[in-house]
Design a protein around this ligand. Structure first.
Ligand SMILES: Cc1cc2nc3c(=O)[nH]c(=O)nc-3n(C[C@H](O)[C@H](O)[C@H](O)COP(=O)(O)OP(=O)(O)OC[C@H]3O[C@@H](n4cnc5c(N)ncnc54)[C@H](O)[C@@H]3O)c2cc1C
Length: 507
């Protein structure tokens, strides 16, 4: 047998072996990273990984998108993040409202104390955010594998093997890392057996998308402000109405902070919603259709760790809380942005494994703070004479610019400053504010330099550019005529837009 025949025979034999493995559900495709879950967190993360040239497989349990939306907003910091990747314009095109404020315990807060190009919330249904991110992912050559439910996984020192179920049977896939972005009931988190401490809460809420024939008095026609969006209806009960863009269609929210149905997973019937509308707004408003309704609880829990070996957690898989302030989706997308470049650098060998530990170090405190502020918001529910007084008192304090700024910075993510690099310079750990910088060619919008997901160096001195280029090709450099800080001739931003290094003049 000559060499060619031998090769042909071997190939045929391997093809048979491969087929046998596939049929027995033991195929081993192999990839760099498996992302479990194609919600906003998983999709943002997959985009970041694909941008850095990482081979990523997204396993999603659902056979297709539901088109339903829990979240309805993008906070200013999330808008900034999307702008860094050229994703904001597409989100704006799919949005239906620009909301000039946010809220803390339904007390409006404005973003004007913050230096941002986006001092507003974008009203955009979660389903639109997801399809926008999924479309971008497809342009990067990565498709979501739908109808693929993660069952469990095992990890060793080199890899993690995920078992998942499709309608064709069970499969296994091996990767360098697995990230659980599989939501509040995360199989990945449970498999990791990390603690998930917190409280189960006592109350519940219902969200329902309701088409009104006659809209309740006082409801906004177009969503412009959080003012009067929600109100208490009793000592522990509440209601809220947010316009959804289509005439007469509203997000109706109601619930009770002190009691909940025996079965929180029970279906919310249209009759239950109609009755709640009647109880909340009386007979002057009439409902044509209840399009969708779902219950949620006021449980609050956070994974004790976001990483165990080759498995990480992000988004609702890592933290759950009552949806107060419009923060959960935004927190998850911001987790993904923090993790994406770090995981990519680890996988591609550009950084040591310990870079990944900074994901938990930076994002766990941010998640903890969100849970904390949500608890404080719930504490401001006017249950008693005393808490009513406390709430009034608090609302007065929010009028103070510094208090308003602090709260707005917290719910929006604009106030985040990572202390990873110390605080010796005001830029360190702070976000890029994206105000134009002066260059010899005219004003330049810095976010335009971040589209490739590289580090970005802004400097007034060509020497820094030469030195930096000699070190790395994954660096975008820009000579500017001035920087906004005194005695600073260079600032280096990470791919997620936080400054990690500054240089004082050398002479
Ligand atoms: C009523 C309500 C209103 C809200 N409003 C807002 C708001 O206005 N603003 C805001 O910022 N946040 C809001 N949130 C929170 C927000 O919806 C969540 O924080 C957000 O969906 C989290 O995104 P995620 O991608 O982490 O998880 P998810 O959106 O839950 O996505 C997880 C994905 O993983 C998939 N999956 C699950 N298990 C598996 C498995 N075993 N294998 C494979 N795939 C799996 C799921 O099908 C899903 O697609 C609200 C939440 C609720 C309940």
């Amino acid at each position: 047998m000559n060499r060619l025949d031998n090769l042909t025979m071997l190939r045929a034999r391997w093809a048979r072996v491969n087929l046998t493995l596939l049929r027995s559900g033991m195929n081993n495709l192999g990839t760099d990273v498996i992302v479990a879950g194609a919600g906003p967190t998983g999709l943002m993360l997959a985009n970041e990984l694909a941008l850095a040239g990482v081979d990523v497989v997204v396993l999603e349990r659902l056979p297709q998108r539901t088109g339903l939306s829990k979240a309805l907003n993008l906070q200013p910091r999330t808008a900034e993040i999307l702008e860094l990747r050229g994703l904001l314009a597409g989100a704006e095109a799919r949005s239906y409202a620009t909301v000039g404020d946010g809220h803390f315990a339904m007390i409006p807060v404005t973003y004007d104390g913050w230096d941002t190009r986006f001092p507003f919330q974008l009203g955009i249904p979660q389903a639109e955010i997801e399809s926008h991110l999924e479309e971008r992912l497809a342009t990067q050559g990565t498709k979501v594998m739908r109808d693929s439910e993660v069952i469990d996984f095992v990890q060793d020192k080199d890899s993690v093997t995920v078992r998942y179920r499709t309608d064709g049977g069970e499969n296994r896939l091996r990767a360098k890392f697995l990230v659980g972005c599989d939501g509040s009931r995360s199989v990945v988190r449970k498999g990791l057996e990390v603690d998930f401490p917190g409280v189960d809460g006592d109350g519940y809420g219902v969200v329902a998308d309701v088409l009104f024939d006659k809209v309740p008095d006082g409801a906004q026609k177009q969503w412009r402000t959080m003012r009067n969006i929600g109100q208490p209806t009793g000592a522990t009960t509440f209601k809220g109405l947010i316009p959804l863009g289509e005439p007469g269609l509203y997000r109706f929210t109601y619930g009770d902070r002190a009691s909940r149905p025996a079965d929180m997973r029970s279906t919310v019937s249209p009759d239950e919603v109609r009755q709640a509308v009647l109880d909340s707004y009386g007979e002057s408003s009439t409902v044509t259709e209840v399009r969708w309704a779902s219950r949620f609880s006021d449980a609050a829990r956070q994974a004790a760790h976001y990483r165990a070996g080759r498995v990480l957690l992000a988004g609702d898989a890592a933290h759950i809380h009552f949806p107060a302030g419009g923060q959960g989706l935004n927190l998850g997308v911001q987790d993904a942005m923090n993790l994406g470049w770090k995981l990519a650098a680890t996988v591609r060998g550009w950084a040591g494994d310990d870079l990944l530990d900074t994901y938990e170090a930076e994002r766990h405190p941010v998640g903890a703070q969100v849970l904390h502020n949500v608890a404080a918001q719930l504490g401001l529910t006017p249950r008693t004479h005393e808490t009513r007084a406390l709430r009034d008192f608090f609302a007065d304090l929010v009028e103070l610019p510094e208090v308003n700024r602090h709260l707005a910075g917290m719910v929006s993510g604009l106030g985040i400053r990572y202390t990873t690099y110390g605080t010796s310079h005001p830029a360190l750990g702070s976000r890029l504010t994206d105000q134009d910088v002066a260059t010899e060619g005219g004003p330049l919008r810095p976010s335009s330099l971040f589209h490739e997901g590289h580090f970005v160096l802004l400097t007034t001195t060509p020497d820094h550019i030469d030195a930096a280029r000699a070190l790395s090709t994954r660096l975008t450099t820009q000579l500017v005529t001035e920087l906004p800080w005194p005695s600073t001739e260079a600032v280096l931003y990470r791919p997620d837009g936080y400054a990690c290094w500054t240089a004082a003049p050398t002479r």
